[in-house]
Design a protein. Structure first.
Lengths: 161, 393
């Protein structure tokens, strides 16, 4: 992208990606421990807002699911529904060992990770990961979005074939 | 008793920003008033008690860190005390370790209450309090990181002592924190205590009287706000609490506002307790010397045959307490946190039961919500301060 003599030159694809990665709105939702670290990441010292991250309370306004905490079998269908309620395009980050693999809670009642129900873009290991790790996840996700191809050249015709 | 007919049934949660986790409430409404309600729990049930039956005593500790995840230290402390009681070594724990345990437990109480204050105020519309409270909480987490290595799940307690001695930097930083923190508490109080909006959202809301509170088995700040001075630290002192001078704040009305006042006062008392601990803490070891209970120091493991064998023995066989049943309780930030262990003489508990204060405190919720407005639900849940990880376990 570049500005020359008042003319703004860019590829539409890049412009869309730039817009998408600059304002990721995650769902204010957590099940367990990592949610506390997410709160810490959003609060005074770490301040998530400067990444353009603003927590929303309803899935219909969100494009990022930051899954914090253990997923129990009772909770799994609800998380799936939350994910389906989020409008496209959407991304998911699995925070902490529980959301990656179930961690130490290998019992009858827990799910072995978020990717059993939702496609995950970034995994953040740790129990619980520090707020800095949340940043890294976000930066990685932004890199991923930058490489995304929101427009398919050739339009619908190419898509349908 | 006939149920009053409802106009509307409203589902609240499990994904709701102000239910403190994954609590689900089904509210039967008549207009804006709640005529009936039902609390549905179990959305973060992880089978912790079952898990404990399949782990050696030493291996259970990290699991209990994650039960009540904002007050890991008190959780560990309760379990460690129970196992020590079972082993019969309560009197042999070095004094320095006991003081360190109290310091960590009280720091945990402050950090837990700060989370409660921040989220409770945020839910009632005072966002700046949330940012302020988390600012001070980070100071505590830095202290945890310094002494134990972890921010949230410290893993600091050990059966027979604590993991590591306090570093000089820890003592120094702790002193700084204790100096700064009471002023910050005043800052929160200026924002809330006489705030008209805060008063009208909290005064006279969710009243639990003394008798009801005792009948429902409620403990912790919720009970003390109702006029009963029960505190495990005073009634059944553990560690060195009987040597320390502190008050148990008690208020009479039992409403949301009084619960707020109790917790604010408790934080002040915690600061006092930690100050006394720093003064009285003697020098000395922080772990028991019995190597059948606690791992030998790493230098011995690497350099001596005996140390290596002891380490191996303990890791492979674990601690084997005698047959018996034991109950030990600590005063967690939410109330009496108890551990009941049944031992069959093997290296794993036969049955382990946690007395979760959060669960017992929110059991009253459906009864309490009756007759309140929908907006008050948020304020009441916040004031009971349930932690869903502990409710469901």
């Amino acid at each position: 992208m570049g500005v020359r003599e008042g003319v703004f030159l860019t590829k539409l694809e890049e412009l869309i990606n730039w817009g998408r990665k600059g304002s990721l709105w995650p769902l204010a939702f957590a099940t367990a421990c990592c949610g506390i670290e997410m709160m810490a990441a959003a609060a005074s010292r770490y301040d998530f807002d400067r990444f353009g991250v603003i927590f929303r309370n309803t899935p219909r306004q969100c494009d990022l699911l930051i899954m914090c905490g253990t997923i129990s079998r009772k909770m799994a269908p609800i998380i799936k529904r939350l994910w389906e309620q989020m409008p496209d395009p959407k991304w998911a980050i699995a925070i902490g060992s529980c959301a990656i693999s179930g961690n130490i809670f290998q019992t009858y009642s827990t799910l072995r990770g978020l990717d059993c129900i939702v496609p995950v873009d970034v995994y953040v290991p740790g129990c619980a990961p520090k707020p800095e790790a949340f940043y890294e996840a976000l930066i990685l996700l932004k890199k991923k979005i930058k490489r995304d191809r929101p427009i398919i050249v050739g339009g619908e015709e190419e898509c349908s074939t | 008793m006939e149920r009053e007919k409802a106009d509307l049934i409203l589902n609240m949660g499990p994904q709701h920003p102000s239910t403190h986790g994954v609590l689900r409430l089904v509210l039967e409404l008549k207009g804006e008033k709640i005529v009936n309600s039902d609390a549905i729990i179990g959305y973060v049930h992880r089978g912790v008690e079952k898990l404990a039956e399949h782990r050696k005593y030493m291996q259970i500790l990290p699991v209990f860190d994650r039960v009540d995840y904002v007050s890991a230290n008190t959780n560990e402390l309760g379990f460690v005390l129970a196992v020590e009681k079972l082993l019969g070594i309560e009197d042999k724990i070095p004094r320095r370790a006991q003081f360190l345990r109290v310091i960590m437990a009280e720091l945990t109480r402050i950090s837990s209450h700060l989370i409660w204050l921040g989220t409770h105020a945020l839910e009632l519309g005072a966002m700046s309090v949330f940012l302020y409270a988390f600012r001070e909480r980070e100071m505590i987490l830095d202290l945890f990181e310094e002494i134990a290595g972890g921010r949230l799940h410290t893993g600091y307690m050990r059966i027979g002592g604590v993991a590591a001695d306090a570093t000089e930097r820890f003592i120094e930083e702790l002193g700084k924190f204790l100096e700064v923190f009471p002023e910050k508490l005043n800052e929160y109080e200026t924002l809330l205590t006489e705030n008209r909006i805060w008063l009208s959202r909290t005064k006279g809301v969710g009243v639990i009287n003394k008798e009801t509170a005792i009948n429902w088995g409620i403990t912790g700040p919720t009970l003390r706000a109702a006029g009963c001075d029960y505190d495990v630290r005073k009634y059944y002192p553990y560690c060195v609490y009987d040597e320390l001078d502190f008050k148990v704040p008690v208020y009479q009305n039992g409403d949301v506002y009084d619960r707020y006042r109790v917790r604010m006062d408790e934080m002040r008392e915690s600061v006092k307790i930690i100050k006394q601990c720093l003064e009285k803490m003697p020098e000395g070891p922080v772990q028991i010397e019995d190597t059948t209970i606690i791992l030998p120091p790493k230098e011995e493991v690497y350099n001596t045959m005996v140390g290596l064998i002891q380490h191996f023995e303990l890791v492979i066989h674990g601690i084997t307490p005698p047959k018996g049943e034991v109950y030990a309780a600590v005063e967690g930030p939410r109330g009496e946190l108890g551990y009941y262990i049944v031992s069959d003489g093997s290296n794993k508990p036969y049955r382990l039961r946690i007395r979760p204060p959060s669960l017992i405190n929110i059991a009253i919720l459906p009864e309490l919500l009756k007759g309140h407005y929908v907006a008050d639900v948020i304020s009441i849940i916040g004031s009971l301060d349930p932690l869903m990880g502990e409710v469901d376990r």
